[in-house]
Design a protein around this ligand. Structure first.
Ligand code: ADP
Ligand code: ZN
Ligand code: ZN
Length: 746
């Protein structure tokens, strides 16, 4: 605790005031904490006002005699606003940037809510009648209505927007059902969770022995005061969600609250229903489709204690719960838990901070834990729990690795290996579904000259353009679009053409090979709106297509009972990325995919097509062997000194003038070298991987050290130097951002 405190006086949200510096009287030095509410003399008349301490330190921006003392600590000094502000201050300290940016991240925008109406669908008929209707309807022509009725069998009330979004049932279908007297749509002022009475989801499950042991052990450790974060490593379908539900129930029964983080894309109807069924009205869901007003409304309900459980993406961490008792992070390895905007925080770290502060449990789960988290279990910072078998002893799918070089040698020039095309045909005959995914969008499709090697690049970004079906060349980063040149702009040769292997091209090829098959394509082009995801996924889930073709996004967290075949095309593409995560990403993707296919009743098969069949990431994903992968990958990380063995900080410089960012980066690097004490390793500055994006030049300065604290000091030194450099007369316009342990390369 230092001698000075930064105090924010007004936290009216539209107007985030700057903090004022106050001196801390000696008698308060031991008592004052960041986030506390204090009373301070303010203005000429020194009227006492309330404010929040957002930071303390040993240095002040003004001479001592110009500063006033804090008067006293307010009566109810530790309250929600203060805690939220302390979180913002913690984020600023750890991730850099301004306090205002951090506060905007953790506080909801206060917007006037326009009167919103939510529809709630009620079944007007009994179970018997619903079942009769289902049997009487033609399953192909009335698939949507059948789905609606089936959903109503599980819960008598369903929110209209959930039915529309997650089950893909149109307004027209609802209207018909209403006209037929089967349902009624009630308009409500506030979103309500469906009441779970009579729900097949609500039947409380009995945990199996393995699940029980994990729950008991986590709770026992807590009783003994061991609040180390828990990492739950469980294969897909082992019942991780059941473990979460059981823990939450226990914590909520104690009168405390739960935050559940889940990647948005895996927030399915089934998952939602499992939560609603168990906890009903006390659950609320946050998602990106909420308006600011709706989001604010949820924060208000949380603040008033009307909610026990919030489910949402990483920003759900900022819900103002007074009594947080548990934080769950499902699919903890997912990249979406890292913010790509300042402050570039990782949900795992913020959750750990909050859990410690609130004395809450932190439980993270995955079938393929991040190396970072698993490494921490090895160092006893986290506790490791495992679920080794799938529920009901369902078997893991059989995985084939197909060497595409060998295919070519034996005369197969197509993009499907002989095994995969055989299995696809077999599935279609049996009426089962298949998923095919290409590892990465835009891996190919770039246009180049076969005579001189010229590649057509985006004029605003230093990336290649991709040829699309509309005949134009597109930039995937900024949306730039131009006509395809007829002759090479450099050497005038006419051998300029697209190298195609994207999803669009594969769709065409598949249609030629299987003219009668129903094919759905899901990639960034077909999912421009959030609603597109749900539309495509639910149409596939309804059995409206035989094959779902897409980028890696189709593998994430979906559960299609009728899918018994998964094909990974160009599985090794992501191995070639110039990023130390590439083997880990490839392993996670393939292992997750390999966990998707098949069920207890119907065994699944997986085909991995690759040009590097011997690579350990591919071999071990096929063998469902996480531990071995961890060992092998860690020996590489140790050798090369990459995270999690050490920590990295990328300082990102953006400038509109070429050279300005590089110049600034050189000066900042000097400042870090001059900061005194131990100096971390400094790499660069260098032009970023993508040197120019949306007309902004990008330069990276890379800092590396085992000790995160040292990286933080480097950041402080950089910010201090930057404040001076940026305000010097004639200073170039450069933006500086910090990214600790980056998830994406810069
Ligand atoms: P994970 O989250 O590990 O992928 P889930 O919790 O979704 O696994 O469980 C997979 C399937 O098995 C779900 O349909 C779930 O309802 C079922 N299941 C898991 N554990 C149990 C249990 N103890 N009793 C009944 N069903 C279970
Ligand atoms: Zn050329
Ligand atoms: Zn561009």
């Amino acid at each position: 605790m230092g001698r000075y405190a930064s105090v924010i006086i007004d936290i009216a949200l539209e107007k985030l005031d700057r903090p004022f510096t106050y001196k801390i009287p000696a008698e308060l030095e031991d008592k004052l904490e960041e986030g506390m509410e204090v009373c301070i003399p303010f203005g000429k008349g020194n009227t006492l006002r309330k404010g929040y301490v957002v930071a303390t330190g040993d240095r002040a921006d003004l001479p001592d005699d110009m500063l006033k003392y804090i008067d006293h600590i307010a009566e109810k000094s530790v309250n929600m606003e203060g805690r939220t502000l302390a979180l913002a201050a913690w984020m600023k300290k750890n991730y850099g940037g301004t306090l205002i940016t951090a506060m905007r991240t953790v506080l909801p925008v206060k917007k006037k809510m326009k009167e919103l109406n939510y529809g709630m669908i009620h079944a007007l008929v009994d179970e018997e009648r619903l079942k009769n209707e289902i049997n009487a309807l033609n399953p192909i022509r009335f698939a949507a209505r059948i789905k609606l009725y089936k959903a109503l069998l599980s819960a008598q009330e369903l929110p209209e927007d959930m039915v529309k979004d997650k089950l893909n049932i149109s307004a027209a279908v609802l209207k018909t059902a209403e006209k037929d007297g089967i349902i009624k749509i009630e308009k409500l002022r506030r979103y309500r969770a469906p009441v779970a009475a009579n729900s097949r989801y609500s039947a409380k499950t009995e945990l199996n022995d393995e699940q029980r042991a994990v729950v008991d052990e986590i709770l026992r450790a807590r009783e003994k005061g061991d609040l180390r974060p828990a990492l739950l490593h469980g294969v897909t379908g082992s019942g991780k969600t059941e473990v979460y539900l059981e823990l939450i129930e226990k914590i909520v029964a104690e009168g405390r609250q739960a935050i559940v983080l889940i990647p948005e894309i895996s927030l399915t109807f089934q998952t939602l229903m499992r939560f609603y069924a168990r906890f009903g009205e006390r659950v609320s869901v946050m998602h990106s489709k909420l308006s600011d007003g709706e989001r604010y409304d949820q924060y208000e309900r949380a603040r008033k204690g009307e909610l026990d459980i919030i489910i949402g993406p990483r920003s759900a961490l900022f819900v103002p719960f007074e009594r947080t008792g548990i934080i769950i992070i499902d699919e903890e390895h997912e990249g979406s838990y890292k913010s790509e905007k300042m402050p570039k925080y990782h949900a795992r770290e913020v959750a750990a901070y909050l859990a410690e502060r609130e004395n809450a449990l932190l439980v993270m789960g995955s079938a393929t834990p991040s190396l970072e988290s698993y490494y921490r279990t090895q160092k006893d910072e986290y506790r490791l729990f495992s679920l080794r078998s799938r529920f009901g002893n369902a078997v893991l799918p059989k995985v084939y690795i197909e060497d595409m070089r060998a295919e070519l040698k034996s005369g197969n020039k197509g993009f499907l290996s002989r095994r995969l095309s055989e299995l696809l045909t077999e599935r279609m005959l049996k009426g089962e579904q298949s998923m095919l995914f290409i590892n990465r969008r835009g891996i190919a499709g770039f246009v180049s000259c076969r005579s001189c090697g010229y590649v057509v690049n985006c004029p605003h970004c230093s990336v290649s353009l991709t040829e699309h079906k509309d005949g134009f060349l597109h930039c995937h980063y900024c949306g730039h679009k131009e006509e395809k040149p007829g002759i090479c702009p450099k050497c005038a040769s006419k051998y300029i053409a697209g190298f195609k292997a994207g999803t669009e091209r594969m769709e065409e090829e598949l249609k030629k090979l299987y003219p009668s098959a129903g094919i759905l394509r899901m990639d960034a082009d077909t999912t421009k709106n959030k609603a597109d995801y749900d539309r495509i996924l639910s149409s596939f889930a309804n059995g409206e297509a035989d094959i779902l073709l897409g980028t890696q996004m189709i593998v994430k967290g979906h559960d299609f009972p009728n899918v018994t075949l998964v094909g990974a095309l160009a599985a090794d593409m992501s191995l070639n990325l110039s990023d130390y995560h590439s083997a880990e990403r490839t392993f996670q993707l393939l292992a997750q995919a390999a966990g998707r296919a098949g069920r207890a009743e119907r065994k699944g098969e997986v085909v991995i097509q690759t040009y590097q069949p011997e690579h350990y990431a591919i071999q071990l994903a096929a063998a469902h062997d996480y531990e071995d992968f961890y060992e092998q990958e860690m020996s590489y990380r140790e050798l090369a000194d990459f995270p999690p063995v050490c920590h990295m900080l990328t300082m990102q410089f953006f400038s509109s003038d070429v050279g300005a960012g590089m110049e600034r980066a050189v000066r900042i690097a000097d400042a870090i070298r001059a900061m005194g004490g131990e100096i971390p390793e400094i790499i660069g500055p260098a032009e970023a991987l993508i040197g120019k994006l949306k007309d902004s030049y990008r330069t990276g300065l890379y800092i590396r050290h085992k000790d995160m604290k040292l990286l933080n000091r480097a950041k402080d030194a950089a910010e201090e130097a930057e404040a001076e450099l940026a305000t010097a007369p004639g200073a170039a316009d450069v933006m500086l951002q910090f990214d600790f342990d980056p998830v994406n390369s810069f």
